[in-house]
Every structure is written in structure tokens, then in C-alpha cells.
Design a protein around this ligand. Structure first.
Ligand code: C5P
Length: 401
């Protein structure tokens, strides 16, 4: 469940910080990658060395490393995280989070967090009961933050009552539940094509394109995170497979190979997303030996058409959903709508090469999603990881209609 998940663990200055050592241990044992962020006060309770040793990553606490001047990007951390957990969360940090007072790395990361946030409050019973704290907790809940209620019992002050942080095992279970609930693709199988194809001219040369495969890999990651089993059929890319037991990666080189593998797995899949940039043509013949330079000024290579994977499978489908991509330089909407029809797709994701934030080799993308009923959704420029989430959300909405 937690394998490969990115979790930011925020630790604030309360005595319950010692319990977060256990929480970190449980998360790491379950296979999560954890980045600890501490407030300056938290370091008075437990040293960063304890957390960095257990997480295998240096603790982030300051905006800059004092001796090198290296900047720690709260924005990158916010994007990296699948979940941010603040445990323990003091009354002060809860107040800052509720009001956007970003005077330390932890609250700044919170304000940059794109995904969900969970908070485990820890304080004295009077502080917990105080109208100010309760107001801030309600505000956080309104902002979508998940609150792990504090328990009752003996408090560090010697008083008895509500305010002590939930036990590490309880917080860990809440985290597991959180990821389990997101399994809205559980039981489904998906096929994703990704990357370019290389069409060999001879043993050392090929016709290819600049596709990096990033979009397809992010789609595979998002689908598997949400419970789907994924066949990721990819052309030559220099990307690592997203960490997940649910992704089966199949490496191919040419369009013909991609077509054969996609045809093999398609009947088994509920959803197919064609994110690969497949070469339309391949050399009619691949030379067995490296072609020599001739004296002639020109050289002609005859090309033959490659199979259109999306079209062929679109023509065969029963209840399966098929999703394509269109990368256009002109008449983009009309061209994308034509492809939606001709390839018998359910929806098509359009990205325009005219847009500086969209396209090949980039980490960002700006998309429109077009549907068979003529409706169009416009999205803001986002990272490919966020775009993948938007696409999969759109697929889910479509499926449920
Ligand atoms: O026709 P065009 O190449 O622009 O269509 C793009 C869409 O069709 C993409 O989803 C792409 O993955 C898919 N495609 C395919 N096989 C091809 C060509 C394109 O699956 N031979």
C-alpha cells in the first residue's frame, strides 16, 4: 500500500516528537519514501540525526544550508509529496497553517503542498479546548486537511485530558486508510503506450522523435497508485519504471513491435491510453549492414506505413475505454476532433506545440480534453505528474457517467 509513496513528515516542537520516530520507522518499513521537515523548535526535542538516519535523507529545516547557501525548495517538496503528515502539530503550527503564516520551512511546504495533508495535533488539554485552537482546527478541516484526533490520557504537563497525540500506530493506520480510499481503479487493468518508436534504417541508424515518455510514465504511475494493474508498453526512453508492483513494463523499439504487444494485452484491459509518439512510417527494408556513404548527392529511403495502434484497437473494442493524445501545430481543435472520431476514442488529450509549456522533453504540459459529445475542458499549465492526475480524474468521471 505505501510502497514507493512520497511522504513529507513535518515535525514541530512538542514532546510528542519522540513518538514520530516510531511513526517514521513504520512508514519506512512499509516501503514509503519519507522526507522529514522539522521546525526549529522540534530540534530541541529530538535531534535531526535520529530522523535522517531512519529516513535515509537529510532533514530539511532551514530555507538555506548555512555553509553552502544551498536553497531548499519547499515548492519541489510540495510537488514531490503524495501526502504531507504533520505529527506532532503544536497549537502554534496549527495556527500558522490555518492562517498562512509561512515563517518556517514546514508551513511554507504546507502552503506548496499539492496533495493531501494530515495533521496530528498534540498539546495540553486547555490549549486544545481553547476557542482559538478549535477555530484553527475547523479552518484546517474546511481547507481539506485531515485531522487525526488527539487522544485522552496523561499529558506531559501532568494533567489528564484530551490533547495527547494519537499513537504512531493509529496515525500509520490513518495513512494506510488514506491511500486505500484512493484506490478508485482497483480491479481494473490498463494499457499505456509511452515514448517514441525507433524505426531502424540499418544497425546503427534509425528514424525517431523527441518524445521523452514522461507523460506516459506519469499516467502509469497515477493509474497504479489508484489501484489499477498497468501494462506499460514503452519505446526507447531513459526513464526508470515508477516504483510499483502493479506496473508491468514492456520495452519495445519499433511501432510494429509496439503494435504487437499492445494487441496482445488490449483484450485484457478495461482502459487503454495511447500516449506514445508512434512513427507513422518505417523504412521498407532495414539494411543488415551499416549503409556506406555513396558518392551520390542524394539518397532515397523508401518508407512504408506503420500500423495505427490506437485506430486498430479502437476498431476492435467492446466496452473498453480508449484515450488518445493529439499534438498539433495548427487547427488543433478540429484536427483533434477528427482523430477522436476516426480512431474511435472516448476522449482525446490535446497539447499544442505552440504552447511554450506543453510538449516533448518538457516537465510541464498544458492540455485540453475533448469528448465525443463535443465538450472541451481547458486546463492550466501543470507538471506532467499533475496532468496525469487530471487525465485519470477525467477518465473516472467519464466512466461513471
Ligand atoms: O494520428 P496521430 O499520430 O496524430 O494520433 C495520435 C494518437 O494516436 C496518439 O494517441 C498516438 O499514441 C496514437 N497513435 C498510435 N499509432 C500510430 C500513430 C498514432 O497509436 N501509428
Amino acid at each position: 500500500m505505501l510502497k514507493g509513496k512520497h511522504i513529507v513528515l513535518g515535525i514541530t516542537g512538542g514532546i510528542a516528537a519522540y513518538k514520530s520516530v516510531m511513526l517514521l520507522r513504520l512508514l519506512v518499513k512499509a516501503g514509503a519514501e519519507v522526507q522529514v521537515v522539522m521546525t526549529p523548535a522540534a530540534k530541541e526535542f529530538v535531534t535531526p540525526v535520529t530522523f535522517s538516519s531512519l529516513s535515509g535523507k537529510p532533514v530539511v529545516s532551514e530555507f538555506f544550508t548555512a555553509n553552502t547557501g544551498e536553497w531548499h525548495s519547499h515548492v519541489d517538496l510540495g510537488i514531490w509529496a503524495d501526502l504531507m503528515v504533520v505529527a506532532p502539530a503544536t497549537a502554534s503550527t496549527i495556527g500558522k497553517m490555518a492562517n498562512g503564516i509561512a515563517d518556517n520551512m514546514l508551513v511554507t511546504t504546507y502552503l506548496s503542498a499539492k496533495e493531501d495533508v494530515m495533521v496530528a495535533p498534540a498539546m495540553d488539554l486547555d490549549m486544545w479546548k481553547h476557542p482559538s485552537t478549535q477555530r484553527n482546527i475547523h479552518q484546517l478541516q474546511k481547507d481539506g486537511v485531515i485531522i487525526v484526533s488527539p487522544g485522552s490520557g496523561e499529558l506531559a504537563s501532568g494533567l489528564e485530558g484530551k490533547g495527547r497525540m494519537a499513537e504512531p500506530q493509529e496515525i500509520f493506520s490513518e495513512i494506510e486508510d488514506f491511500f486505500r480510499k484512493r484506490q478508485d481503479f482497483e480491479g481494473l487493468k490498463a494499457l499505456v503506450t509511452a515514448g517514441p518508436t525507433y524505426e531502424n534504417i540499418d544497425p546503427v541508424r534509425f528514424i525517431g522523435n523527441y518524445s521523452s515518455g514522461k507523460m506516459g510514465f506519469e499516467l502509469a504511475r497515477e493509474l497504479s497508485d489508484r489501484g489499477a494493474e498497468v501494462y506499460l508498453i514503452t519505446g526507447p526512453v531513459s526513464l526508470e519504471t515508477p516504483q510499483s508492483d502493479k506496473i508491468k513494463r514492456i520495452d519495445v523499439t519499433s511501432a510494429q513491435e509496439m503494435y504487437e504487444k499492445a494487441t496482445k494485452f488490449f483484450p485484457d484491459c478495461n482502459i487503454s491510453i495511447f500516449a506514445a509518439a508512434v512513427a507513422d512510417y518505417a523504412p521498407e527494408k532495414t539494411a543488415e549492414k551499416k549503409m556506406k556513404r555513396e558518392n551520390a548527392e542524394e539518397m532515397v529511403i523508401r518508407l512504408k506505413r506503420n500500423p495505427d495502434i490506437a485506430s486498430c484497437l479502437g476498431a476492435q473494442k467492446n466496452n473498453q475505454l480508449t484515450i488518445g493524445f493529439a499534438l498539433e501545430t495548427d487547427n488543433e481543435i478540429t484536427n483533434a476532433q477528427k482523430k477522436l472520431e476516426s480512431k474511435n476514442l472516448d476522449l482525446i488529450v490535446l497539447n499544442s506545440l505552440n504552447d511554450p509549456e506543453a510538449g516533448f522533453m518538457k516537465d510541464t504540459n498544458k492540455i485540453k480534453i475533448l469528448y465525443r459529445d463535443g465538450s472541451i475542458e481547458n486546463y492550466d499549465p501543470k507538471t506532467k505528474r499533475e496532468v496525469a492526475k487530471d487525465i485519470i480524474d477525467a477518465v473516472l468521471r467519464y466512466k461513471r457517467k
